[in-house]
Design a protein around this ligand. Structure first.
Ligand SMILES: C[S@@+](CC[C@H](N)C(=O)[O-])C[C@H]1O[C@@H](n2cnc3c(N)ncnc32)[C@H](O)[C@@H]1O
Length: 230
């Protein structure tokens, strides 16, 4: 998509970077921690691997990958989010993680140069998702794997309504009450609405050239983990 879209996203995450972790934990009731753990298990990261964390943000997935002995390229559009990542990192993590300002749609990496791609709560923000998925495919080595953790659309209609009430109304108000940026948390439901269903995202991964594409829904389908291989 346009550079204007990317600038807007980067500025929004720059604005909320300092309070991102705190608000995330509160608004997700801590469920995001278990979801990330599950995604990491699916990534099967081993010592010596090169791992790309796309939309690394404040670093939770990057830190976990580094603790498994991987070298991590932590890419994000927002320098502010990466600054928080750098400030949270221990000396040992700093040696293994390379924070890099960059765009998922134009990965600053050679073809077939990484063993794993992990990405958490990022792809729904990307301007052109098809382009980003093709970039993931290009950057992965043969035998490589992409694990995409993202919010999704609950399949049960009644639950989906309840969930959208929380997401559209309650979460932005709570974020504002807790000193967050109400506008940024209004953006949250806006970013999810046009995002493809879990089935459609799986099809897009196949279209991008991945094989063995599978997904699992988390917490009644609020989120999903897609796994795709090269
Ligand atoms: C909701 S945060 C998630 C951060 C982290 N992965 C986590 O699990 O908490 C989304 C991150 O994706 C980044 N982002 C959004 N669009 C991007 C793009 N096109 N390329 C790279 N990073 C992007 C944002 O700047 C933000 O830091």
């Amino acid at each position: 998509m346009s550079d204007a879209h990317d600038r807007e996203i980067a500025m929004m995450f720059d604005r909320i970077a300092a309070r991102y972790d705190f608000l995330n934990r509160v608004l997700s009731f801590g469920t995001d921690i278990g979801w990330r753990r599950r995604a990491l298990a699916r990534a099967d990261i081993r010592s010596g691997m090169t791992v790309l964390d796309v939309g690394a943000g404040t670093g939770d997935l990057s830190f976990a990958a580094a603790s498994r002995g991987a070298h991590v390229v932590a890419i994000d559009l927002s320098a502010g989010m990466l600054a928080v990542l750098a400030s949270r990192a221990t000396e040992a993590q700093r040696e293994r993680i390379q924070p890099t300002v960059g765009n998922a749609e134009r990965l600053p990496l050679p073809d077939a140069s990484v063993d794993r791609i992990i990405t958490g709560f990022t792809v729904r923000n990307v301007g052109d998702l098809g382009t980003a998925l093709a970039e993931f495919r290009r950057a992965l080595r043969p035998g490589g794997r992409a694990v995409v953790l993202e919010l999704s659309h609950p399949p049960n209609t009644a639950f989906a309504l309840l969930y959208s009430l929380y997401f559209d109304r309650i979460a932005p108000a709570v974020a504002a009450l807790l000193g967050g940026d109400r506008e940024a948390y209004r953006y949250l439901p806006r970013s999810l609405r046009p995002f493809p269903s879990a089935d459609r995202l799986a099809a897009m991964l196949r279209d991008a050239g991945f094989r063995n594409v599978s997904y699992e829904r988390l917490t009644l389908g609020i989120a999903a983990i897609h796994v795709a291989e090269v």
